[in-house]
Ligand binder design. Structure first.
Ligand SMILES: [Cu+2]
Length: 151
């Protein structure tokens, strides 16, 4: 009973949020961009900081975009002095904390770009968690030559 009441309160709270602050997003993305590369490149990377303001953890199970065939979550690792990229299946953003995807660390790989991305383009990404809930967000494309200005 308690549980039901809590659930109801939570749902009502969500409706109130939707009414007063537009679409509800559990995650907040900052410093987000997709790396714009010269035409001919089929893959590129995306970087951002994602904050989870919720009281529960948010585990990213899948990322997708219309701009590419698929999106993978990668982590750079040093292995005997070599830089390796490894795919990560799931990534958990703990409650009330954030996770940074930055060059040399975690990043998204957009694989099989449908068309070249130019500075100023916007790429819509969909993040889905292990519970099947999705969040949509838009990242601007920043050409790799301008990237350093945004750090
Ligand atoms: Cu990668």
């Amino acid at each position: 009973m308690w549980d039901k009441g809590l659930k109801l309160a939570r749902h009502l709270g969500m409706y109130v949020l939707i009414l007063f602050s537009g679409p509800l997003t559990a995650l907040e993305f900052t410093d987000a961009f997709v790396r714009g590369l010269p035409p001919g490149q089929k893959n590129t990377a995306a970087f951002f900081t994602v904050a989870n303001a919720e009281a529960t953890a948010w585990t990213i199970a899948r990322v997708s975009t219309d701009a590419a065939d698929r999106v993978e979550m990668h982590r750079h690792e040093h292995n005997n002095g070599m830089m390796m990229m490894r795919e990560v299946d799931e990534l958990t953003i703990e409650a009330q904390s954030s996770l940074q995807f930055a060059p040399g660390g975690l990043h998204l790989m957009l694989i099989g770009l449908k068309q070249p991305l130019r500075e100023g383009d916007r790429v819509t990404l969909q993040f889905t968690n292990v519970a099947g809930e999705s969040v949509h967000t838009e990242f601007p494309v920043i050409s790799v030559v301008n990237e350093h200005r945004h750090h």
